[in-house]
Unconditional design. Structure first.
Lengths: 169, 107
């Protein structure tokens, strides 16, 4: 049952991930991205990482997707969809990606720990929000503060970037 | 039985899809979406390793990796916001999001 669910969510994630790349309509790409991330969140929850799964849904399906759709709505993409595909470049890129996939799968195949199943947990439900939060505020307190500064800088940067030049200089 | 290799293979495939998107697509917004796919593929393998390394004393997964994933998600969200602001500024200057039209630095 667990294996069946794993392949269901993995296929959902991979098929819609491929749809992000293959769709010529950017709105369809953005919506495929959300479905792909929902599949990924389900995989996180299968790995008992409930907190990460929840923030995956909140941040990506909530914030990032809205941002992408908003930008796509703001820009005019009608000319983009009519462009011709540069076939030699597309085939070359696909070939490079394919070789990369073969390499990754070869490395995973040679890894001795890769064929081992996951060890059982002490309890079926883990207190992962509590544990991650405790680590964040003890061991990783300094990185957390740096992340706060980073987000502040990003906010200011976005405001500066998207501000129009004043007409009277 | 689900093994660690299953998750790593799926993560590698998702990364390859994102990589192919960066290589194949010429629309800068789609390239940003493909970057997000690659970041999330890395997150998936991190969480898989976190679940794989169960602490023998407490019986819990290794939460250091999950803290790391939390940081990656935060940075990725900030990166998307800045990236999209750059794209809007670029569109305002050039009226295009096609990367073959943005080649001033090439010459």
């Amino acid at each position: 049952m667990q294996l069946f669910l794993f392949w269901c969510f993995a296929l959902l994630m991979l098929v819609f991930g491929a749809a992000v790349v293959l769709n010529r309509n950017p709105v369809a790409s953005a919506l495929s991205l959300v479905v792909s991330f929902l599949g990924l969140a389900a995989l996180f929850m299968m790995l008992d990482a409930y907190f990460i799964g929840i923030i995956q849904v909140l941040v990506y399906a909530g914030a990032v997707m809205v941002l992408f759709l908003f930008i796509i709505m703001l820009l005019d993409f009608r000319v983009e969809t009519l462009r011709k595909i540069n076939w030699p470049a597309a085939i070359g890129g696909a070939l490079v990606a394919f070789i990369f996939l073969i390499q990754v799968l070869t490395v995973i195949g040679r890894l001795s720990t890769a064929s081992k199943p996951f060890p059982p947990l002490a309890r079926s439900t883990t207190d992962d929000v509590h544990n991650v939060g405790e680590l964040l505020f003890t061991n990783y307190n300094f990185p957390l503060q740096i992340i706060g500064v980073l987000v502040l800088v990003a906010t200011i940067g976005v405001v500066v970037l998207s501000k129009r030049e004043l007409p009277n200089k | 039985m689900i093994t660690l290799g299953n998750y790593l293979a799926v993560s590698g495939m998702l990364f390859t899809i994102g990589f192919a998107g960066v290589m194949l697509r010429r629309n800068i917004v789609i390239i940003l979406m493909s970057l997000e796919l690659m970041l999330n593929a890395a997150n998936l393998s991190l969480v898989a390793f976190s679940r794989f390394h169960v602490d023998p004393t407490t019986g819990w997964p290794n939460y250091n990796a999950q803290v790391f994933v939390f940081f990656i998600i935060t940075v990725a969200a900030a990166e998307v916001a800045v990236g999209l602001a750059v794209i809007v500024a670029l569109y305002r200057a050039r009226q295009t999001t096609h990367i073959e039209d943005i080649n001033t630095l090439k010459y």
